[in-house]
Design a protein around this ligand. Sequence first.
Ligand code: BGC
Length: 754
Amino acid sequence: MKLHDITKSVVAVAMMAGGLFSATGATPIYLDDTQPLEARVKDALSRMTAAEKVGIIHAQSKFSSPGVQRLGIPGIWCTDGPHGIRPDVLWDEWEQAGATNDSCVAFPALTCLAATWNPDMALLYGKSIGEEARYRNKNVLLGPGVNIYRTPLNGRNFEYMGEDPYLAGRMVVPYVKGVQENGVAACVKHYALNNQEQDRDHVNVLVDDRTLHEIYLPGFKAAITEGDAWAIMPGYNKYDGDHACENQVLLLDILKGDWGFDGVAISDWGAVHNTEKVARNGLDMEFGSWTNGLNWGASNAYDDYYLAKPYLKLLEEGKLPMEDLDDKAARVLRLIMRTEMNRNRPYGSLNSDEHYAAARRIGGEGIVLLKNKKGLLPVPENVNKILVVGENAIKMMTVGGGSSSLKVQRETLPLDGIKNYAKERGIEVVYERGYVGDVTGEYNGVKTGQNLEDSRSPKELISDAIKAAKDADMVIFVGGLNKSDHQDAEGTDRKEYNLPYGQDEVIEALANANPNTVVVNLTGNAYAMPWKDKVAAIVQGWYIGSEAGNAIADVLFGVVNPSGKLPMTFAKDLKDYAPHAAGDSAVYPGVNGDVHYKEGLDVGYRYTDKLKPGNVNYAFGHGLSYTDFKLGKASVTADDMAAGGNITITVPVSNIGKMKGAEVVQAYVHDMESSVYRPMKELKAFDKVEVAPGMTVNANLTLGKDSFAFYNPDTKQWTVEPGKFEILIGTSSDRILQKVPLTINESYTWKDSE
Ligand code: BGC
């Protein structure tokens, strides 16, 4: 007998002794992956004791949960998410495990992904990050995030997909699918209404039902009902008095009821507060209790978790129903079988050339050219000397910001990306700091190793930059926010809408010294631009990760023609965002723990559409190209909506410039007669088309009956009222080029559960 045959029979004997095999020695159903998933789950569950079931629904370390050793069922490993695979931390600590095989490719932040307005990029992203997770043997990727961009002060907006529920929904679905193709679960977060970091662990959101369903839930709904996400993360905050993890409405009624979710609701780290409530109200797994999810925690408290011994005790005393435990354990088993026990999943890959290429491509497609006066960009041929100014040109941005912090294999800095191209073209590059912001470079023990100290005073820094600016043909300022507290970081919100560290002054001084000043800002949020009219070009660069410098330089030097579009409104002032309009603390950041979403549906452009145009610097959907496009007349074909048919609008897009480029044609619905308030327009379809110079390509915009519906809180039904609508077609929310009138003759109503 060969060695592996001996091993096999030893295992078989052991399993028979434990009663797993039938008398004939056949493989038990739960281990047989030719059997249907549900049969396997049921079989495994039927073999488990109550203690074993409780055992698999809570953590055993910072990021893992146990399986059932007696049955050979493995546990699961989770990882952050959502921009790269987090380095391994110690078993029970937030500090680094010190592994040498856990560096990764950092992909662009989700705001950048959303700015591509290209679902194919979301699929590529999901597939690539899923491969990295799989290679590192992680089963659950803690991401993506789809919380709506309600206020530009939210420190965590960089991890989300912007202000529009339709855009977020379209982008999240392929991300989830791409991840899960690898046998890795996507865990969509932070469900729901986690729209600020200030007081995040206890803030109680009060929002009307219509706004909840029309603005804050659609991204999650799409991830679950269309993306089939295998996991979701209820957040820290409360909704209507109850924490998200113990919220019957969010978890039982909507998620598991209306949307038919069959996956696992995994608590945010430390978001559970009460055994009975979480046990009854639909939470399936508990992680990170008695930690803040960031940097502290009780050690080895796992047996005392709310869903550990205290839960078992209440079950054994008959105070809580066993059916709820069975449901939770079945869901966790389903997750294990979809991931770790799926023998057919691919092996994944880490730090591959393909992943770097994907990161660079997504980054390049997400960068948004906001302004380009007299076509200063791409960098003209006659430029001999470029001055680069700004801390973000030389600062690693992948370390910091909270749980999304990474340990990268490499990160190209903007200054280096620019230098690479400049060298090829014989351009001299000089660098000036301009300002000093955050010189730290460490998160949970991962160090950038950069020394960013500079002893010059702000005055000296500016005067040195001005001197150099006068001597250059062109100035590229690279600034923005960073990943330190009160910037773009988990756990805190921003304190001001303006850029920090006196950058406004630096930019203004540079623009005065050199008319060819380009501003490139790396942020996850919008910000004030008092210098907007003084600079020649503005580029919104986001956080791009490992390939930041290359992707930015690709755009600046015209190797990539920008095609990104803003996924959020860049308003002029903070008060131009509805939650800040009245300066009412009850609306933001909350009073006595409550925050009232009094603005209702008026989030982002839904609010600024009511203001004078001057209140917006750059509108939702805005983004320029190095070429010019002309939209032809839209043609409409309509199938019978009552029979589930769609309306398709075809718009010819001609490239009338000299460079290949891509345009995003956007369709907004305007309801002209309605019994309820409707925002002036709402995005309901978009299509990104690539067009060669002199060519025309059709953009196809598909609208279904849900494109015209509002949520009626009284009947809990989506409702389309008959009447006149207009489809507004344009290339940004404030550049509407055509209006297609449309009359709907019948009324339609349906429920999410139908
Ligand atoms: C964050 C989550 C994250 C978790 C695990 C929490 O602090 O809110 O997004 O996935 O920690 O690191």
